[in-house]
Write a protein that binds this ligand. Structure first.
Ligand code: NAD
Length: 392
């Protein structure tokens, strides 16, 4: 029997992010879009017409199509568990946008179903597979900064409520879902983009200490928002070997999505975890007192001349990860990379368990960070991801 060289995927959910997936799929010739479905008929028609793809008449028709190997769940977070469960029941592998589910009970139930049926299940974000994060992983493994001690992870997205977000549209015309984003909160929406890289670097999170807050409850009076998730959170993530990370998440403070790892002998800085080709810089702590003084002076002069400038040598990215193929799409975040990784694993009979373990772990840590505003909390984390990927 000859094995197919491509994997059929279908989207459920044709909103804002579905356009971003479609625009980056050309970088992944191993997957082919068979069609899409959305419960909003106008959105479904607009999306299918814009991208020239099949609009399935209903969810059952999509799930019954033998050409579909993977259902890509791009619905709103409150629909994730229901759509993923239905797809698994229909015998399809699933790649879900984050969070895998909005409760740990649902996430674990989905995992049990996938394992029992022998089906692949994975979830976004996939930025731990980026050229930038893999450069960081390699630099740590090579002990470029000696023993890692701590990390500062920023996920500040700017003062989103003050921007003209009502005017934002995706390529096929979907409005940016402000209500859903504000009600879900920035932790569920964004923390995973730092948690997945941190877990790739340091292994499982053992404990989360968090303080979440709703600083701007009247951020969109015209939307008459329901109960909102936090718009600010400070978390401390404890890993094995005494490594600690501080993770800040907000849609209020000026944009900063950097990740800094401090080791005994230096600092590694990734400028932006959303950009797959973001530079990674290495600054070594001076070997002797003379060198340290010279570096200190250099830094003071340069930071006055160009505040925010990052000092240090840029490290080369590992070969063959593929950001080059994205350039034509105008994107620096490769939404399709996680779907392509799941598809490749299915085609080659490689284990998909590590992808699921990571998705569960990221979900558990995210839920621990999503504390009730104003109530500090300490959560012991129970899930334990197997390291993935081991090599690249
Ligand atoms: N907006 C972004 O920039 C962005 C970026 C990265 C990830 N995400 C994630 O992507 C997911 C979708 O976000 P979005 O911005 O595209 O939202 P959206 O509201 O623009 O689109 C979601 C679409 O899913 C459809 N839908 C919801 N439940 C459904 C169901 N049960 N069956 C069929 N269709 C259903 C809705 O009708 C809607 O068209 C979320 O998990 C979000 O966290 C969004």
């Amino acid at each position: 029997m000859t094995r197919s060289t491509t994997t059929g995927i279908a989207f459920i959910g044709c909103g804002f992010v579905a356009d971003l997936y479609t625009q980056t799929l050309s970088a992944h010739p191993g997957v082919r879009l068979t069609g899409v479905f959305d419960r909003d008929p106008a959105r479904l028609d607009a999306f299918a017409a814009y991208h020239g793809t099949r609009a399935y008449a209903d969810r059952a028709t999509l799930l019954a199509d033998p050409a579909v190997d993977i259902v890509v769940n791009l619905t709103n977070p409150s629909s994730h568990a229901d759509v993923t469960r239905a797809a698994l029941q229909a015998g399809k592998a699933v790649y879900s946008e984050k969070p895998l589910a909005t409760t740990l009970t649902d996430a674990l139930d989905l995992a049990d179903r996938a394992r029992a049926a022998g089906l692949g299940l994975a979830a976004a974000p996939c930025n731990h597979l980026s050229d930038a994060v893999q450069t960081l992983v390699m630099a740590l493994r090579a002990r470029r900064i000696g023993r890692p001690l701590l990390a500062h992870a920023e996920m500040d997205d700017g003062m989103i409520p003050g921007l003209r977000h009502g005017d934002w549209r995706s390529a096929s015309g979907a409005p940016w879902p402000a209500r859903d984003e504000f009600e879900t909160g920035c932790v569920m929406e964004h923390a995973g983009y730092q948690i997945a890289p941190l877990v790739s670097l340091f292994g499982p999170v053992r404990r989360v200490t968090t303080m979440a807050s709703l600083r701007l409850p009247d951020k969109a009076p015209h939307l008459a928002l329901g109960p909102q998730g936090p718009d600010l959170s400070f978390g401390v993530l404890d890993f094995d070997d005494g490594i600690t990370a501080r993770l800040t998440c907000s849609i209020l403070a000026p944009m900063n999505r950097s990740l800094r790892v401090v080791g005994e002998r230096g600092v590694l800085t990734l400028s932006d975890v959303w950009e797959y080709d973001s530079p990674v810089r290495l600054s070594l702590t001076g070997a002797g007192p003379g060198q340290r003084m010279r570096r200190g002076l250099e830094k003071r002069i340069l930071s006055r001349w160009a505040p925010g400038l990052m000092l240090g040598r840029r490290l080369p990215a590992p070969r063959g990860l593929g950001i080059g193929r994205l350039r034509g799409s105008g994107h620096r975040m490769d939404f399709g990379r996680g779907v392509a990784a799941l598809a490749r694993a299915l085609r080659t009979d490689a284990p998909t368990g590590p992808m699921l373990d990571l998705a569960i772990h990221v979900t558990e840590v995210t839920l621990a960070l999503q504390a009730t505003p104003g109530q500090p909390r300490v959560t012991e984390i129970t899930s334990d991801p197997s390291p993935w990927p081991q090599s690249f």
